[in-house]
Design a protein around this ligand. Structure first.
Ligand code: DC
Length: 220
């Protein structure tokens, strides 16, 4: 089966992956696949059932029952959990923290990687996550490892929250980012790392347009 044209973007939380991936997908007429949203939907499923983040055994068993699917409505990815559009519930700190823990469970990864590979096999995609270039799409046509310093990422998140009128402390945000990086990079299964054939892009001192241009160049 001929696969679609696949662009893989990996990197730590807050490096700008989703903003950049969405822009590239729009420009190239590709589908943007946000794999973090799938791990978040699984986390929401577990939270709703009152599962503790460290209860690996129950997570392994229960995750098999979660019905997670993806639809595209007007170019936007919609995550359906047991048929319900759950997009509005995925971006909270609670869900993010649960996702960071439950995504370390092999049964969760197995299930979601399969879904991601199916999506990439039938369409041209820009897919972002942590293990896209290393595990999900090892044969991707273009692989980017997009990163930024924890200070730069914390500042972006802080400004985002301020804009929404939410209170936050910059040092606490940076601390959370450092802890999440550590968990994502040190878990046993599919840890976050740069694929050997991925191009490193550090967005700390770059604008969104500059990062997009760099990726455009690589695709050319
Ligand atoms: O990118 P995000 O913050 O929406 O991701 C949520 C969590 O899911 C994050 O802690 C790491 C995990 N994740 C993963 O393990 N593999 C992916 N491909 C995408 C996300």
């Amino acid at each position: 089966m001929k696969k679609g044209y696949n662009i893989a973007i990996d990197g730590p939380a807050g490096a700008g992956k989703s903003t950049i991936a969405k822009r590239i997908a729009e420009e190239m007429g590709f589908i943007y696949v946000d794999t973090g949203a799938m791990y978040r939907a699984m986390a929401l499923y577990l939270i709703r059932r009152g599962i503790a983040p460290d209860d690996t055994e129950r997570i392994s068993g229960l995750c098999k029952e979660a019905d997670i699917s993806i639809e595209y409505r007007d170019g936007e990815q919609t995550v359906l959990l047991d048929g319900e559009n759950v997009n509005a519930y995925l971006r909270t700190e609670e869900v993010g923290n649960m996702a960071s823990r439950s995504s370390a469970v092999p049964a969760v990864r197995e299930k979601l990687v399969e879904l991601q590979q199916k999506l990439a096999a039938k369409a041209d995609v820009v897919m972002d996550g942590r293990d896209i270039g290393t595990v999900v799409l090892p044969d991707a046509d273009v692989k980017i490892y997009l990163t930024a310093t924890s200070a730069a990422r914390a500042k972006r998140r802080y400004l985002e929250l301020q804009e929404k009128g939410e209170q936050a402390e910059l040092s606490q945000i940076e601390q959370d980012i450092i802890e999440r990086d550590y968990r994502d990079m040190h878990r046993e299964h599919s840890p976050l790392r740069q694929a050997e054939d991925a191009v490193l892009v550090d967005s700390s001192e770059l604008t969104i347009n500059e990062v997009v241009e760099r990726i455009r160049e690589l695709c050319r």
